[in-house]
Design a binder for this molecule. Sequence first.
Ligand code: PBE
Length: 304
Amino acid sequence: MVKFKSIGITLGLSAALLLTGCGSEDSNQESGNSAGKSANIGEQVDYTITGIEPGAGTTELAHNTLEGYENLEGWELLESSTAGMLGALEEAVKSEEPIILTGWTPHWMFSAYDLKFLEDPKGTFGGSENVNTIVRKGLEEDMPSAYTILDRFYWEPADMEAVMFDAQEVSFEEAAAKWIEANPDKVAEWVEGVEKVEGEEIELVSTPWDTERASSSVVKAVLEEQGYKVTVTPVDPAIMFQAIATGEGDATVAPWLPSTHASFYEKHKEDMIDLGENLKGTQIGLVVPAYMDIDSIEDLQPKE
Ligand code: PBE
């Protein structure tokens, strides 16, 4: 737990910036309207959902959610950054104040704090999500060894979480090396019978979140062991899909599907090769601390 605290401290400033302007002085007053405690939650959080980066798939689905639920009339999404969202969460939890954020698993926030996803009866955040491997057209012919490894790459949420957990103390590179050393059988399945290469360059395109820093670091290290010279470029999801579709990038292990990155995927799917899931069982949605007396997005009340 200690390591999570230090993250909270480094994020304190961004949290303070994020909280400025979200006045909550009257959050404890009786509201006088009859809509009950979930109406108070709306008032207390100023009808605001604490979001992340504007370019995230999660942000797009959060906007769809605000449009898709009539009861969210008048609510707003505060776009900021993942660090800002986590800082605001830390601040709220410290004083047991209500907060509603856009969150996802795997993420350490669920082990650092007691949190729950709000039920999403309209399914605007999708359901169980996967992470896919997508490569540019022609990669199979140009780099058959890399293509085979990328096609075979598959791991479980617990594997990804192990790398993410270690990477709080060491670099993602070191955390990935440690995971590879601890999981020789899995890695052996991916590289079995694959011919080594001599310094061929391959460009992996990724996104900036820890989930993808973990997977890209592992795939990078495995490809390097096969003789590739690997670059990983983290960009916004829109740019990532575009890079694969235009062939500027060779491969990505970062797309969240079928919902999170659906709009980018739809736009480019004819121009890419989808190698299917490399991980199953992620989730995104609205997340609240467990001490909040609310279970479903539908329980939130519209702004008066
Ligand atoms: N995320 C983490 C990303 C994909 C991985 C859920 C924040 C997104 O929303 O695009």
